[in-house]
Design a protein around this ligand. Structure first.
Ligand SMILES: Cc1cc2nc3c(=O)[nH]c(=O)nc-3n(C[C@H](O)[C@H](O)[C@H](O)COP(=O)(O)OP(=O)(O)OC[C@H]3O[C@@H](n4cnc5c(N)ncnc54)[C@H](O)[C@@H]3O)c2cc1C
Length: 479
């Protein structure tokens, strides 16, 4: 085998605990949805930055592609090898330690394979809060979150992952280590290179450690589940919540009645927070150092009087609070509906989100009357996860495939016509690789290609993801 020597060197560098091969690889060579499958010669599991760098040097010497992988919870196929070039997966799963928790600095330093929940637990122990939080918190890693610039349910108050990273360490494609683990809130000493690695989806370096911000832990936090009277007036409801709670509004999520009912049927442990049935619900969370119940009473009274809500229930116990957020975790259609899924991770300026959604539904109907747009998510950030499950055909059926392609293309164009993005928080990966060129001017891709070429002239790190540097003038010939 052409790469037998490289693989033997990796085995020697990492020992038996550090590699996974053969049939055991199958779980790592496909994504969580089973939508993307690839081939890998081996999975390397370094236990330290130095081991990760050693693996990279071996691969660089033997022209082996490296696909970094965290928890493999990504929704765009970015952590799975793609293409014909011989590849290995470099998993951060053994680099999962918390290095230090610094309550006075309001920071935590961790290895990139640390899962989100561990950081939340460590922060809570010193009376601090960590902002990065989403449904996959039990298995997504810090490194994966950084590499996709993930969002989640706290973006409204704290910003996305980019806003949580103070410093990081990365292994570069030539095997050198860059230690940028600075815990500084201020540093205007030139280019802030950490930002290049945030959202790079493993194409510029392997993130091995990070210094992350912590926040004061709110003494009071409560959520309300409410039935929306009229989706067209959702922005009025959002503006009211903001005016009542100001910075204390820490989540504003949209839930469709359609998948809510499905989730209640599927999971017997979930409870209906309100008796009223509606097409749409919202989850509103207020947090602060003072009790928030009075603010909720004010919010609900004003919203009800203005005809914005038909019903609402404020969580009074931890069990009720957990039920609301468990419902939120279980309403994604991916978990409830089988079949071919066309999906969009849309962001548009927040005041445009409702008109956009109605327009998307009209566009889908114009192509085929029975297409239903399902949307849910972080509406307070102007971000919706949108999907369509077209029936009556299967992949491989030419007419069905052409119809699906048309729907995706028309809705992508619609998103751009609203000044939006098709990759709000999940990244590009493979999923949006062919679609992204429509979103940005060529000069932007050219700059991205130049950056990629400087870091990785051999095209070793995660080729076939985000964009194709060969399509742009400065492209490296290697990929
Ligand atoms: C139920 C569920 C809910 C979700 N909700 C949200 C949500 O609300 N918001 C959101 O933003 N995402 C969400 N996601 C998507 C996913 O959890 C995030 O994209 C997350 O950031 C992926 O982390 P991971 O560790 O699983 O990374 P992976 O899936 O393993 O990798 C993702 C990408 O990052 C690269 N990568 C991973 N680790 C490194 C590293 N250390 N160095 C360099 N590159 C690396 C990979 O090559 C790949 O390109 C959800 C997923 C699920 C399953």
């Amino acid at each position: 085998m052409a790469h037998a020597r490289a693989l033997e060197e990796i085995r020697t560098a990492l020992g038996s605990k550090g590699v996974i091969e053969g049939d055991d690889l199958a779980a790592f060579t496909q994504d969580i949805r089973g939508a993307y499958k690839g081939q890998a010669l081996l999975l390397a599991r370094p236990a330290s930055t130095e081991e990760a760098a050693a693996v990279v040097r071996i691969c660089a010497a033997h022209d082996l592609v490296i696909v970094p992988q965290g928890g493999n919870t990504g929704l765009c196929g970015g952590a799975v090898p793609r293409g014909a070039r011989p590849s290995i997966i470099l998993s951060l799963s053994r680099m999962n330690k918390i290095i230090s928790v610094d309550p006075e600095r309001y920071t935590i330093t961790a290895e990139a394979g640390c899962i989100l929940q561990s950081i939340h637990d460590a922060a809570a122990q010193v009376d601090r809060a960590f902002a990065m939080d989403w449904g996959a918190r039990g298995s997504a890693t810090i490194g994966g979150g950084i590499s996709t610039n993930a969002g989640g349910i706290n973006v409204l108050r704290f910003g996305n992952t980019r806003d949580q990273v103070l410093g990081l360490e990365a292994v570069l494609p030539d095997g050198r280590i860059w230690n940028g683990l600075r815990a500084l809130r201020k540093d205007s000493s030139g280019y802030d290179l950490k930002h290049l690695f945030i959202g790079a989806e493993g194409t510029l370096g392997i993130v091995t450690k990070a210094v992350l911000k912590l926040h004061p832990k709110p003494a009071f936090e409560q959520s309300m589940w409410a039935a929306v009277a009229d989706l067209d007036r959702l922005m009025e409801l959002f503006v009211l919540a903001r005016s009542v709670a100001s910075e204390g509004l820490t989540a504003f999520e949209l839930v469709p009645g359609y998948t809510y009912e499905m989730a209640l049927t599927k999971y017997s442990g979930l409870m209906r927070p309100v008796e009223a049935r509606a097409d749409w619900y919202v989850i509103v969370r207020f947090s602060g150092q003072q009790p928030v119940t009075d603010k909720f009473e004010d919010f609900f009274a004003r919203a009800f009087e203005a005809g914005l809500l038909t019903d609402g229930a404020l969580a009074q116990t931890i069990a009720q609070e957990n039920n609301i957020w468990n419902l939120r975790d279980e309403i994604p259609p991916l978990k409830l509906i089988k079949g071919k899924m066309l999906k969009w991770d849309v962001s548009v300026p927040i005041d445009k989100i409702v008109p956009f959604l109605a327009h998307a539904q009209r566009s889908a109907h114009a192509i085929r009357e029975d297409l239903r747009v399902i949307a849910f998510g972080h509406v307070g950030d102007g971000n919706l996860h949108m999907s369509i499950f077209p029936e009556g055909g299967s992949p491989g059926d030419a007419a069905f495939d052409a119809m699906c392609t048309r729907v995706v293309s028309e809705i992508d164009k619609l998103i751009w016509s609203y000044g939006g993005s098709i990759c709000a928080e999940h990244g590009v990966g493979v999923e949006n690789f062919d679609r992204l060129p429509g979103q940005k001017p060529a000069i932007e891709f050219e700059m991205m290609a130049r950056v990629r070429d400087i870091f990785d002239p051999q095209g070793l790190f995660n080729p076939g993801k985000i964009f194709d540097p060969k399509r742009f003038p400065s492209a490296s010939a290697a990929e």
